[in-house]
Unconditional design. Structure first.
Lengths: 907, 84
């Protein structure tokens, strides 16, 4: 029976590469799975190797290239083995997850332009956190394959929460980088209504902002307003890509947020679009309902001008009654997005009296400058939604003697956004809760004189989840008033379409929720006319979806592919990336309210540039990649970057497994007396190796506390090894030698520097190792025998070591240094044991992969057919790792020959 | 002994894009050492070093050859030229 591969090698450090290459040379087909984006493991990150002082890169890269290009090796980088199961025949079945790179590995040229353009900075794990990398990155300069990867861990909660599909994290990230115009363009990619949403959106993004779990959410909506205002001030071009005309025409009926957004998106795809609007002004609810103190008319007009700028024709005073006629006129498709322009009737006697108005009707009159007679009168607004709040606050501004909102449920059940209700109250609107209208009372002239109401009690929750109001018998009372504004709901005006497309009982149009297609294939419907009254962002999202689906339908594409968002990242995991957070004060609210306002000037102040920049700087980059699309914009290869890519999972069958998962470095902060993580000038041996490497993160060896070239450098040996206090009694075997190597390199790079090593005993067992040690001493390195008890930091960042000097009589000494290097030991990588399902890969008492017969059969593990190579079974230097990996390869080959020969024996 | 509480690397690094314009503004008058930049923008030297090295990596600033007598390199905006 054939297998996918003869051997699976897990890990591609020096041990993994060696085993794989040896097996490949023997003719076996090998699959190498590496979790990082490049093969090479830790060795490629080192400066030089001991005792030869050969350049680690120079001797690693040929092996890395050989691994990738070997004809018998298949290498999956940026991939993980998720479970290996052994079957009854002794074969192994491994689940492999290839993590999405979001970059086409074949097409990527390794030019790094994506990395340079990226707006998200994160610690560079390949430089031991000494410097930042970008979310888009190539692991390191010698990476094999030298291909970019985008660190994209999911949708950021703000972006995921936006029904309009706006890349909220992306534009915040661009603002943080000072790229205001690019931020504006990113929002334009979703909708032309940047200024509108920057003011009138209820910002579900902010409700989900992870920073809200700390000291407060980012002002994401106001940041959008900032870039919109900034764009308007500069008069910059829209800078939006628009396709060549495709010869097709689409009619959009209605010019609210859904219609405008759909028209915008269709125009960008090359369609000739005409918007037909029944009202005298375009904009729908935005232009004809939302009051100017929340959304100035000029802002709406500015957004509508964006749509016109793409050649969309907007025709007003043109109600459409015959959708089929539009088809006959030559439109290839029709989108109905007429919203919910009609008020729901109060349904009580006397509703036709003079002085009773519908909420939308009232707001529309005011926006169009038509007379409404509320000055000096007592106004009652019936309803608890946002329209009711708008109507009440507008009535106040028009000089009403008093404004009372009458709502049949309680404050907490109000559908209005709580900010709207709070603001209304602060401006002087009164609330009368748990009252329902029973009759409009009037005088002899037919005018309103009061609203007879019933008091209500809240019963059990209804279908909406809110407690159902029930009348209290005998509780009638009259709210005296001259004007009543009914704002209990809004309904579509679709009677004219009933004979052409399906209409639901509530008057909404029937459309497929995914494709937005009605019963008539060329007629689509989107927004509130389908869903009932919702909000602007949902309408914008529907408009985007409608444009996408109309395009798919007209180009005979499949009716899918609209919502490609990645799953949202887990906020708890985002917060867990840091142990502690510096709390940064949230941006102060910008709304200034006055009691009894008398004008329609905007109540919310804009953010200054400094405020915007600092507010954006609080972003926590939840998804890591922000979705700003700068990488896509600069990539010279079309289609190379796909931010919607997904992980791929597969299962392979192999005859043997080589575990080469390496080791972990001791976490130096577990020795708090040495101050790592607390004193910046205390670093680890791995960090020093990076500072000494040709691809170093700094321009030379500098201390991280202030960039000073250090003159006195101390080494503290056996940090976290041979140390029962941290449960690691084992010697890490190569710390002495890498420290000696670093001593020599430092003295070469900084001839004036003093290097002092505080050690217990030097273990230099190996060919030319002791000579290497003696050479270091002869170069001037100072070796002091004795444990370091404690490190403290001085005001200038220098470090004082308190230690016992055994060879000088055991006296306690204090010495001052510029920089301290902790020669950290190694620890087992217990990921190896978690690879297997159904049986246990045994560990030794120190949690390394156990080799039950290590004296005579190195590389064998507790599972037949599974072998261990390199430091996964215990600390080894490079030479020993290669030798051990060769042994593991030989064991694996012997196993394969044995099992295959057995399979060939006739029964 | 220093009483300054140092922040986590991830948090500091995340702020690099925000700090870039401030650092470049500080360098408008000419090259500065890390402690000088730190004083100019009012931030700790260890944080400034992280930002400066990130900016250096991506070509926004460069070091001036040879450290000063007190052991500090000076850094300049990438497009800075020695005054004639």
């Amino acid at each position: 029976m054939s297998m996918d591969y003869d051997v699976l090698v897990v890990g591609s450090g020096i041990g993994g590469m060696e085993s794989a290459l040896k097996l490949g040379d023997m003719g076996y087909k090998v699959l190498v799975v590496e979790k990082e984006a490049s093969v090479g493991g830790r060795m490629i990150l080192l400066s030089k190797v001991f005792p030869t002082l050969d350049c680690a890169s120079c001797i690693s890269t040929p092996k890395m290239a050989a691994t990738i290009h070997h004809p018998n090796l298949t290498v999956l980088t940026y991939s993980e083995v998720q479970g290996i199961r052994r079957d009854a025949a002794g074969r192994f079945h491994a689940k492999v997850r290839q993590k999405a790179r979001y970059v086409d590995e074949v097409a990527c040229t390794g030019c790094q332009q994506c990395e340079t353009a990226c707006t998200v900075a994160v610690p560079d794990q390949f430089n031991a956190d000494l410097v930042a990398r970008r979310a888009a990155y190539i692991a390191f300069p010698q990476a094999v394959p030298k291909k970019a990867v985008i660190d994209r861990q999911g949708s950021s909660p703000c972006t995921f929460a936006c029904p309009a599909g706006i890349e909220a994290h992306g534009y915040v990230s661009l603002i943080r980088s000072g790229e205001y115009e690019k931020a504006h363009r990113l929002v334009l990619d979703a909708t032309p209504l940047v200024g509108t949403l920057g003011r009138a959106c209820y910002a579900p993004c902010e409700a989900d902002c992870t920073r809200g779990s700390l000291e407060g959410t980012l002002p994401i909506r106001r940041l959008k307003r900032f870039i919109s205002d900034r764009h308007a001030e500069t008069g910059a071009d829209l800078g939006i890509d628009v396709a060549e005309p495709n010869g097709r025409r689409v009619a959009v009926v209605g010019s609210g947020p859904a219609g405008l957004t759909a028209a915008w998106q269709l125009a960008r795809k090359g369609y000739a679009v005409r918007i037909l609007e029944a009202a005298p002004e375009p904009g729908g609810f935005l232009r004809l309902a939302i009051p100017s103190y929340r959304l100035p008319t000029e802002v709406v007009e500015r957004d509508i001008d964006n749509v016109r700028a793409l050649g969309v024709e907007i025709v007003t005073n043109t109600p459409v009654r015959d959708l089929a006629a539009l088809k006959a006129e030559g439109y290839d498709a029709v989108l109905v997005a007429t919203g919910t322009p009609r008020s729901t009737d109060l349904g009580v006697p006397g509703e036709d009296r003079l002085g009773v108005l519908g909420g939308p009707e009232f707001l529309r009159k005011v926006k169009l400058g038509q007379p409404v007679d509320v000055a000096g009168r007592r106004v009652v607004v019936v309803g608890g939604g946002n329209v009711a709040m708008d109507a009440a606050r507008v009535a106040l501004r028009l000089g009403a003697a008093s404004v009372t909102v009458a709502y049949r449920r309680g404050r907490f059940e109000m559908p209005a956004h709580h900010v709207e209700a709070d603001d209304a109250e602060k401006e002087g609107v009164r609330f009368s809760f748990q009252v329902a209208p029973k009759e409009v009372e009037g005088d002899a002239s037919g005018a309103v004189s009061g609203l007879r109401c019933l008091r209500m009690v809240l019963g059990e929750p209804d279908a909406s989840g809110r407690r159902r109001p029930e009348p209290i018998p005998g509780s009638e009372f009259v709210l005296p008033c001259e004007v009543i504004i009914g704002a209990i709901g809004m309904t579509p005006d679709t009677a004219a379409f009933a004979s052409q497309v399906g209409v639901e009982r509530r008057g909404t149009l029937r459309a497929d929720p995914k494709t937005l297609q009605t019963d008539v294939p060329y007629i689509f419907a989107a927004g509130d006319v389908v869903n009932g009254a919702t909000d602007i962002t949902r309408a914008v999202g529907e408009g985007r979806r409608a444009a996408h689906m109309i395009d798919r339908w007209l180009t005979a594409g499949t009716m899918d592919g609209f919502d490609l968002r990645l799953p949202v990242v887990d906020k708890a995991q985002v917060l867990a990336r840091q142990q502690q957070y510096t709390l940064r004060p949230p941006t102060p609210e910008g709304v200034t309210l006055s009691a009894a306002p008398l004008d329609f000037s905007e109540v919310e102040a804009p953010l200054s540039e400094q405020e915007a920049h600092e507010a954006a700087g609080r972003c926590m980059d939840c998804g890591v990649c922000s979705g700003c699309h700068e990488c896509v914009n600069v990539c010279p290869v079309d289609g190379c970057i796909d931010l919607n890519a997904r992980d791929r999972e597969s299962e392979v069958e192999v005859g043997a497994v080589v575990v080469s998962t390496g080791y972990k470095l001791f976490a130096a902060d577990l020795k708090p007396q040495y101050g790592f993580g607390k004193y910046r000038n205390v670093i680890t041996g791995m960090q020093m190796d990076r500072l000494l490497a040709p691809t170093r993160p700094f321009n030379t060896i500098l201390r991280p506390g202030d960039g000073k070239v250090p003159e006195r450098i101390a080494y503290v040996m056996c940090t976290g090894s041979r140390d029962e206090t941290v449960d690691n009694p084992l010697c890490s075997k190569f710390c002495c030698m890498y420290s000696i190597k670093q001593n020599q390199l430092i003295m070469g790079a900084l001839p004036l520097a003093d290097v002092t090593v505080h050690y217990m005993d030097i273990r230099a067992a190996g060919k030319r190792y002791d000579e290497f040690y003696e050479q270091s001493k002869s170069m001037g390195a100072n070796y002091i025998k004795g444990r370091v008890a404690k490190i403290t930091e001085k005001e200038d960042g220098n470090l004082v070591l308190r230690y016992e000097d055994i060879e000088s009589g055991g006296q306690l000494v204090e010495a001052e240094y510029d920089l301290v290097v902790l020669a950290v030991g190694v620890q087992p990588n217990r990921d190896a044991a978690r690879l297997f399902v159904g049986e246990e890969l045994a560990e030794d008492p120190y949690y390394y992969v156990a080799e039950p017969d290590e004296d005579l059969n190195p590389g064998l593990t507790s599972i037949p057919g599974v072998f261990v190579a390199g430091a996964a079974s215990g600390a080894k230097d490079i030479v020993d790792s290669i030798l051990h990996a060769g042994a593991a390869a030989a064991q694996a080959a012997a196993h394969l020959e044995r099992t295959q020969a057995k399979a060939k024996v006739p029964a | 002994m220093s009483t300054t509480t140092i922040r986590e690397i991830r948090e500091i690094v995340r702020e690099e894009p925000v700090m870039q314009p401030r650092i470049l503004q500080a360098l408008e008058a000419g090259p500065l050492t890390v402690p000088e930049i730190a004083r100019a923008i009012g931030c700790p030297s260890d944080e400034v070093l992280l930002w400066v090295m990130g900016m250096r990596r991506y070509g926004k600033i460069r070091e001036i050859k040879e450290p000063s007598r007190d052991g500090y390199f000076r850094y300049a905006a990438a497009n800075w030229e020695v005054p004639a």
